[in-house]
Design a protein around this ligand. Structure first.
Ligand code: SF4
Length: 411
């Protein structure tokens, strides 16, 4: 396999400051978050202006970049809000704004011309002429539609080399054309078009015959199309050589609403794979552990999506339930070298003796939980979510390191 000299930027989701710090700890080159009130994700995945300013300085201190998404489909009321927010965003020194609405693109270029603009995947850019159009509007990078194959992305990159291209390589896929869907708005009055999708496409549905309402059928067909609307999740970890060969400038992990654990594992796997591709002197050695690790985080089975597909349809999951072999037990708050112990913020109930491991930047190290101490230094045999415990550990552990356990432990 070819050795690549140009390494694309690895972008990780950062719905809040904790996830931003996690992404940086595990090797993201850049993070993206929501601009207050103007992003296509609910408030849970946005930062306030103060948090954004803190995030910018922390990212820059580590040599990373941070992008703020204003990718709503704007109404006039949103435009008015954008006029107020944009000058404040400029003061945070954010590295780029991610925009999808043409009106907002125009406004951003007028009010904050010094901030580079990336065109969101929500703009559904699928051809070179569209990329040229957006280039002429002042767009620096286009996050092309998820519905393109790598071959099509590569052709666009060759046709319009002056514009950076970015693609999603990992995360949830829509059964609709990238979020243009009213299912959630209809079912829950929470609209995907306003960043508040509740993902009802992945729920289990029953079919009722009107004359026999008490005898429902689960909607399932054959092996491939069991659940009509539930897409598998995208995963291109095994195909990064082809992704790099397409000439993209950025590869992105989806999931601003996902947990810090998800961010840690996904970022680490793709960072390690990128390092292998760009640092190997002779050839890229694919490590199956990258995919094994990605199997530990929440997903609905993996697919390569449209990357190699000539079929213009997505691949459905055989299950509506997400699969997850591990979950976070806690996050390390500090390391006490003198006493040889770590302080852990517990995220899921932990019992003494339960098998756990610390996720370091390059490997996992098992940690003994046979003896746990509560914050008052008393031995305890269980710790609940929200509590803090001390665990003996003699090697330095960076703050923010994830402690994980098997997901079946509590069942
Ligand atoms: S309901 Fe499903 S298809 Fe519709 S926007 Fe949400 S994730 Fe996409």
């Amino acid at each position: 396999m070819t050795f690549f000299t140009k390494r694309p930027e690895l972008l990780s989701p950062a719905g809040n400051l904790e996830k931003l710090r996690t992404a940086l700890l595990y090797g993201a080159d850049a993070v993206y978050t929501g601009a207050p009130g103007l992003s296509l994700r609910a408030a849970a995945a946005e930062m306030s202006l103060n948090e954004l300013a803190t995030g910018v300085s922390e990212a820059h201190a580590k040599g990373a970049r941070i992008y703020a998404a204003l990718n709503i489909f704007a109404r006039d009321a949103d435009i008015a809000k954008a006029r107020q927010v944009l000058p404040l965003l400029a003061e945070t020194d954010v590295d780029a704004l991610i925009v999808s609405d043409p009106g907002l693109v125009r406004l951003v270029r007028q009010i904050t011309p010094e901030i580079p603009v990336h065109l969101s995947t929500q703009a559904n850019t699928t051809n070179s002429e569209s990329v040229r159009f957006w280039r002429d509007c002042g767009i620096k990078r286009v996050i092309v539609a998820r519905e393109l194959s790598l071959k099509e992305v590569g052709e666009i990159a060759r046709c319009v080399p002056e514009v950076e291209l970015e693609i999603f390589v990992h995360g949830a896929m829509c059964m609709a054309y990238s979020g243009r869907c009213y299912l959630s708005a209809l079912r829950n009055r929470r609209s995907a078009n306003e960043g508040d999708c509740t993902q009802p496409c992945r729920w289990e549905y029953l079919l009722h015959e009107s004359s026999r309402p008490d005898e429902p059928f689960i909607v399932e067909e054959d092996e491939r199309f069991s659940y009509l609307l539930s897409s598998k999740d995208l995963c291109l970890i095994e195909y990064l050589p082809q992704v790099l060969a397409a000439g993209v400038s950025g590869i992105k992990i989806e999931g601003r609403m996902k947990s810090a654990y998800y961010v840690a594992v996904a970022t680490r796997a793709y960072r390690q794979a990128l390092e292998s591709l760009t640092q190997q002197k002779e050839k890229h050695l694919y490590d199956p552990r990258w995919l094994t690790e990605l199997e530990t985080i929440s997903h609905r089975g993996y697919t390569t999506g449209f990357a190699f597909s000539d079929e213009k349809i997505n691949e459905t999951s055989p299950s509506v339930k997400s699969i997850q072999s591990h979950k976070p037990a806690g996050v390390v708050l500090s390391f006490d070298e003198t006493r040889g112990r770590i302080l852990v913020d517990v995220r899921n109930r932990l019992r003494a003796g339960e098998k756990t491991e610390l996720l370091f930047a390059d490997d996992n190290i098992p940690i003994d939980t046979a003896v746990m101490f509560d914050e008052n230094e008393n031995i305890t045999d269980r710790a609940h979510a929200g509590s803090r415990i001390y665990l003996p550990f003699s090697t330095p552990v960076p703050e923010g390191t994830i402690l994980r356990k098997r997901a079946v432990a509590d069942q």
